[in-house]
Design a protein around this ligand. Structure first.
Ligand code: IPM
Ligand code: MG
Length: 369
């Protein structure tokens, strides 16, 4: 077993971002102790708190700290306190800023219904089937980053994609699909939008390089419907920034709660990737210890796998999570009749004691590193 030394930049952000990143750090520390790794955590201001204390949602020191790290763990940003600020100065501008500055053009959102949580999906079991797919959302272009204009009478947002931008995220998606079940569904609105026409043509052309992957295309309206009708048909979904934002919230609901879904954002492989739960800062829940820490903890396990190659470590944590869920422990958002609803910190403590109970030998033996 090779012990790894890694520096992790932590951007807790606002609201429940603080609680859930704290939970994820505790689990990562347990992992380091059990497997003999050394993880160093450096916290940086980001989002609303950074506006309050440093005058900007993404202070230069935060960006520099992220660049100097091996991976970034982000909580959530925003809240009513900053909603009336002009867009470019709001917490959300910090999130878009960090994506742009770090060149994070790939956003991976795994949608997997954990076996113990089948009952809480809003979809009936017979429709649900084996719900396990990944959404790859392009993260650095589209209507998010085109020119935004607003006057008193009129407003517009420009949706733009270049072949270069489409190809780089599509390539990642084909590779992802090839490593899974070999099925890629590209989602666009090519019956109406020029940017989607280029999207479809580019993905189709690139597909010739991946004969082992079956490629199909869906219009986004149909895709939204198919996700609810028959989620098991999907393996990897590739889509643009705007559609990916919407479809990933929809898909998260199938897996039981938006509180459960982690994400990976990355660009070039020699740059640090960023991991964050896809939920928001939930200001009304903040500080009440009710938020589900799983989105953040699963972001940490995604980090272990995708950035550090620590598959056994990641599995060790995910197995403990599944055992805790099987024992009936639930946070409020995933509560079930008969289940035991606990606060976020108690839920994390349960996972930690489950980790302690997993034999350390098993941990050592199963480390692939
Ligand atoms: C997300 C969020 C962000 C987005 C917001 C907070 C800017 O909804 O990460 O999905 O739209 O990308
Ligand atoms: Mg979103």
């Amino acid at each position: 077993m090779t012990a790894l030394r890694k520096t992790i930049a932590v951007l807790p952000g606002d609201g429940i971002g603080l609680e859930v990143t704290h939970a994820a750090i505790q689990i990562l520390k347990d992992c380091a102790a059990a497997f003999g790794h050394h993880f160093e955590f450096h916290e940086f201001p980001f989002g609303g708190n950074a506006i309050d204390n440093f005058g900007a949602p993404l202070p230069p020191e935060t960006l520099a700290g992220c660049r100097a790290s091996d991976a970034i763990l982000l909580g959530a940003i925003g809240g009513p306190k900053w909603e009336s600020l002009p867009f470019g100065t709001r917490p959300e501008a910090g999130l878009l800023g960090i994506r742009k500055e770090l060149g994070l053009y790939i956003n991976l959102r795994p949608i997997r219904l954990r076996p113990a949580l089948r009952a809480i999906s809003p979809l009936r079991p017979e429709r649900l089937g084996d719900c396990d797919f990944e959404i790859v959302r392009e993260l650095a272009g589209d209507i998010y980053f085109g020119e935004h204009k607003i006057t008193k009478e009129k407003a517009s947002d420009l949706a733009e994609y270049s072949v270069f931008e489409i190809e780089r995220v599509a390539r990642y998606s084909f590779e992802r699909a090839a490593a899974r079940n070999g099925h890629l569904t590209s989602v666009d609105k090519a019956n109406v939008l020029a940017s989607s026409t280029l999207w479809r043509d580019t993905v189709t052309a690139l597909g010739r390089e991946y004969p082992g992957v079956t490629l199909d295309h869906l219009y986004v309206d149909n895709a939204a419907m198919q996700i609810l009708l028959r989620p098991a048909q999907f393996d990897v979904i590739l889509t643009g920034n705007m559609f990916g934002d919407i479809l990933s919230d929809e898909a998260a609901a199938l897996a039981g709660s938006i509180g459960l879904i982690p994400s990976l954002s990355r660009g070039r492989t020699d740059q640090p990737a960023l991991y964050e739960p896809i939920h928001g800062s939930a200001p009304t829940l903040a500080g009440k210890d009710v938020a589900c820490p799983l989105g953040a903890i699963l972001s940490a396990t995604l980090m272990l796998r995708e950035s550090f190659g620590l598959n056994a470590e990641s599995q060790w944590i995910e197995d403990a999570i599944d055992r805790i869920l099987e024992k009936g422990y639930r946070t409020a958002d995933i509560a079930e009749p008969g289940g035991r609803v606990v606060g976020g910190s108690e839920f994390t403590a349960k996972i930690r004691s489950e980790l302690q109970a997993a034999p350390a030998q098993h941990a050592q033996r199963s480390s692939g590193a």
